[in-house]
Design a binder for this molecule. Sequence first.
Ligand SMILES: *Cc1c(COP(=O)(O)O)cnc(C)c1O
Length: 394
Amino acid sequence: MRRVYMDHSATTPVDPEVAKLLMSYYTERYGNPSSVHSFGREVKDALEQARQQVAELIGAEPSEITFTSGGTEADNMAVLGTAEIMRKKGKHLITSAIEHHAVLETCEYLAKNGFELTIIPVNEEGIVSVEDVAKAIRPDTILISIMHANNEVGSIQPIAEIGKLAREKGIVFHVDAVQSLGKIPINVKEMNVDLLTISSHKIYGPKGVGALFIRKGVRLAPILHGGGQEKRRRSGTENSPGIIAFGKACELEGQRMVAEAERIRKLRDRLQKGILDRIEYAKVNGPVGDNRLPGNLNVSIRFVEGEALLLSLDMVGIAASSGSACTSGSLDPSHVLLAMGLSHEIAHGSLRFSLGRQNTEEDVDYVLEQLPKIVERLRMMSPLYDQAKYCKAE
Ligand SMILES: *Cc1c(COP(=O)(O)O)cnc(C)c1O
């Protein structure tokens, strides 16, 4: 059976060149980068090269990169670290309704522990308005955390403008850029960002590695205490194989980004058009124009359950997702789709395809061959669909 992976927003395969490098730092160059002997020094040098490779992809200085165990840790570090160091100045935090749980849950944890939280809504395309952010700012606001691109609907946020606003008011600005890294250009200087989260396994690097960009001069309390690695910002022996592999993955993304984005956008548009042409009552969620990640396609298909669609697709070898990987398995509809104003019923019948490096036109055509058949079969069992047909006939 053909197997088609269209869940790259959940994770990606490790690039073969990156995997080779990764292995060599497990078996041959295994020194602890903090050790003074040659085993340690050679790893330390490679670690610093990785820092440079990561910094380059986001327009930062190497000294502004702190490695973490992934996007979740970097998000926690940004939010908790800012809250702790700024608590004397103020207790008010601003975030958006469509953030990843790593930001939302961390902000909500703080809101239960003495901080105050404003959650900015989004419009029907899943985009935050700069004006809403401006209106939410108070004299005691210490942190604004808004993601660059959303993981479910691919909406790209007006980061540079929000950053300008935060800079004028002297508020720390954190951006979760896990989904946009390697897909669209990122420049922390042009975007006026103070803290920026990235993760390796969404860009063909290994899992369990990420980084937080901390702009020079921005202070942050550490959340892990111990040996004082990463300039005392993140204690714990560095995951040197993972970090070095992440560096390589960033270098490769930098080289491939422009051409890949173009190729993947075309595939996505073919898939989108094919679905809309072949399936009645299907609607795209997220921005319709260029304000969307090139590989993202989120569709609501009425009169079917998203979970049933996923299982049926899986039976013919197609991997997609409903909402985010973290919420699939639970039956709550996606908080992102609800924030965009979708009803519970429609949010439930939503599917996310996220295309990536190994997808081909044949993959898209295979999905277009299978999905309409699956939808038709599931709708035959849906009483709501009968009603809809009946109303239309009237
Ligand atoms: C995947 C993801 C994360 C979490 O990153 P991990 O490295 O898996 O912990 C955070 N934010 C967004 C937007 C993501 O897509």
